[in-house]
Design a protein around this ligand. Structure first.
Ligand SMILES: Cc1ncc(COP(=O)(O)O)c(C=O)c1O
Length: 442
C-alpha cells in the first residue's frame, strides 16, 4: 500500500464532504485506504466488513481483478473520445450487453455519470417523448413521498425527502407526489412484501383525476425505496401503478439505481416483481461502483418516437461530456462479465432466506421497532431517543465501524445491503455486530 494512503493528511478542512456532518467527522475521521472483496482496510490498519456494498454499489465486492485490469488496459489504449457526433466501439458493445440483461422490451440505453443524472435524463426523455408525439400538454411529473431520486433539481423535485428539498427554493413546477407506502402499524416485521397498502396505488388515480391525465407525463418510483430506509412495496402495489399508468397513457419510470444489477436476487426489480416500466434508471452497480456511470433504459417505442425528422438533425438535445466514457464502458463490460461468471445477478435469491432469518433474529434486540427485508437488502428500524432523532442509529453506526462492520443509517433506520458475494458466515458477523452495538448504545 502506498505511503500516501497510510498517512492521514493533517489538514482536513479544504474538502467539503457530501452528505456528511463535516465538523463532527473531522474531529474523529473514519478513513478507508484499501479494499478487497468483502472488506475495507482503515488508515489504522483494521479490516472492516462491508455491510453496505459501499453506497449500495459494489455488488461484486471490492477490487475485482477483471474490472481493475479492464480499466488499466482501456486507460492505456483509448482514454477519452468525444461523446457527441463521435463514437467508440466499446460503448456500443456495452449498450448491447446491457440490453441483453435488462428486462424484456428495454431495448435502448442512454449513458450518464450518476444516478442523479440518470433520473434527470429519464424525466427529460419522458417530457420530450410526449412532445415529439404531439402530446406536449403532458408536462406534469409525479413522484412519491419519501422517494430518493438523487440530488439534481429534477430528482429532488420528484423526490420526497424533506431535508433534501427544503433549502432549494421552489424546485420544478408541476410536480405532485403520491403518499409513501410505509405502514408500520400494520406491516411491522414483515418478511418481503407487506400485505397491507397495495391500495395506496389508487392515490395515483386521485391525482390523475385532480390534474387530468392529459397533463401528466410520467410517474417515477423506486420499486423498493432504498435511501429513505428500505420501504418494500406492498403486494400488488407496483402492478396497480403500472395498470393506472397504462390506462392513462402516462409513462412509468422505475428508479433502479439501487435495485438494478442483482440487489433483489433478480437482475432488476422489474424482473423480481414481474412489472415492466417504460423507463429504467440505473447507475451504481453498472460499473460495480468503481467508475462513475449511469444508464437509462427505454423501450423501442420511446426511442423510435425520437427517430423522426431530418436525418442530419440531433434528435434529443441532451448528453454529458462523459456519456459512455471509454474507461467507464470498459469497467462496465468487465463488471457484467464478473456478474455473469459468478452468477451474481441471481445469487441474492439463494441467500435471501438465510439473510431474512438472520435479520429477523434481531427482533428482540434493544429498541428494535421494525425489521424489513427483500433480496439482499434489509432495514432495522430503531425507536428514536426522545428529543434526539437519528442519534441512536448514528451511535450504532460509529460503534459498528469501531467493531469492524460498515453499516449505514438513515434517520433511526439501519440499512444493510452487502456485496452480493457475501458468505453466510459474514451475514452472521454483520448481524452479531448489530446486536452487540444495539446492546451497547443508549
Ligand atoms: C434510487 C436512487 N436514485 C438516484 C440516486 C442518486 O445516485 P447518485 O448518487 O449516483 O447521483 C440514488 C443514490 O443513492 C438512489 O438510491
Amino acid at each position: 500500500m502506498s505511503n500516501r494512503l497510510n498517512v492521514a493528511p493533517n489538514d482536513l478542512s479544504a474538502f467539503w464532504m457530501p452528505f456528511t456532518a463535516n465538523r463532527q467527522f473531522k474531529q474523529a475521521p473514519r478513513m478507508l485506504v484499501a479494499a478487497k472483496d468483502m472488506h475495507y482496510t482503515t488508515s489504522d490498519g483494521r479490516k472492516v466488513l462491508d455491510g453496505t456494498a459501499g453506497l449500495w454499489c459494489v455488488n461484486a465486492g471490492h477490487c475485482r481483478p477483471k474490472i481493475t485490469e479492464a480499466i488499466q488496459r482501456q486507460a492505456a489504449e483509448l482514454d477519452y473520445a468525444p461523446a457527441f457526433q463521435m463514437g467508440h466501439p466499446i460503448v456500443f458493445e456495452l449498450a448491447n450487453r446491457l440490453v441483453d440483461v435488462a428486462p424484456e422490451g428495454m431495448d435502448h440505453v442512454f449513458f450518464t455519470n450518476s444516478g442523479s443524472e440518470s433520473v434527470d435524463t429519464a424525466l427529460k426523455i419522458a417530457l420530450a417523448y410526449h412532445r415529439v408525439k404531439g402530446d406536449g400538454s403532458r408536462t406534469r411529473l409525479i413522484g412519491r413521498e419519501r422517494g430518493y431520486h438523487g440530488v439534481n433539481f429534477g430528482g429532488i423535485s420528484v423526490g420526497g425527502i424533506v431535508t433534501n428539498r427544503k433549502m432549494f427554493g421552489t424546485l420544478l413546477t408541476g410536480v405532485d407526489h403520491m403518499p409513501h407506502t410505509h405502514l408500520p402499524g400494520k406491516n411491522a416485521f414483515t418478511r418481503g412484501e407487506p400485505e397491507h397498502g397495495g391500495d395506496l396505488a389508487d392515490e395515483l388515480e386521485r391525482i390523475v383525476t385532480l390534474h387530468d391525465a392529459s397533463t401528466i407525463a410520467a410517474v417515477i418510483v423506486e420499486p423498493v425505496a432504498g435511501s429513505t430506509g428500505v420501504l418494500i412495496p406492498p403486494k400488488g402495489y407496483l402492478q396497480r401503478l403500472r395498470d393506472i399508468c397504462t390506462k392513462h397513457g402516462i409513462l412509468l419510470i422505475f428508479d433502479e439505481v439501487i435495485t438494478g444489477f442483482g440487489r433483489l436476487g433478480a437482475p432488476f426489480a422489474a424482473d423480481y416483481f414481474g412489472v415492466v416500466p417504460d423507463i429504467i434508471t440505473t447507475a451504481k452497480g453498472v460499473t460495480n461502483g468503481v467508475i462513475p456511470m449511469g444508464a437509462v433504459f427505454v423501450t423501442k417505442e420511446i426511442h423510435d418516437a425520437f427517430m423522426t425528422g431530418p436525418e442530419h438533425m440531433i434528435e434529443f438535445f441532451h448528453g454529458y461530456t462523459y456519456s459512455g466514457n471509454p474507461i467507464a464502458s470498459a469497467a462496465a463490460i468487465a463488471t457484467l462479465d464478473t456478474y455473469k461468471e459468478e452468477g451474481l445477478l441471481t445469487r441474492g435469491a439463494e441467500l435471501a432466506p438465510y439473510w431474512a432469518d438472520a435479520l429477523h433474529s434481531l427482533r428482540d434486540a434493544p429498541n428494535v421497532i421494525d425489521i424489513r427485508n427483500i433480496g439482499l437488502v434489509g432495514a432495522i428500524e430503531l425507536k428514536p431517543i426522545d428529543g434526539q432523532p437519528t442519534k441512536r442509529a448514528f451511535s450504532a453506526f460509529v460503534k459498528a465501524f469501531e467493531k469492524g462492520v460498515l453499516i449505514r443509517t438513515t434517520g433511526d433506520i439501519i440499512a444493510l445491503s452487502p456485496p452480493l458475494i457475501i458468505e453466510k458466515a459474514q451475514i452472521d458477523e454483520i448481524v452479531d455486530c448489530v446486536r452487540s452495538v444495539l446492546e451497547a448504545v443508549d
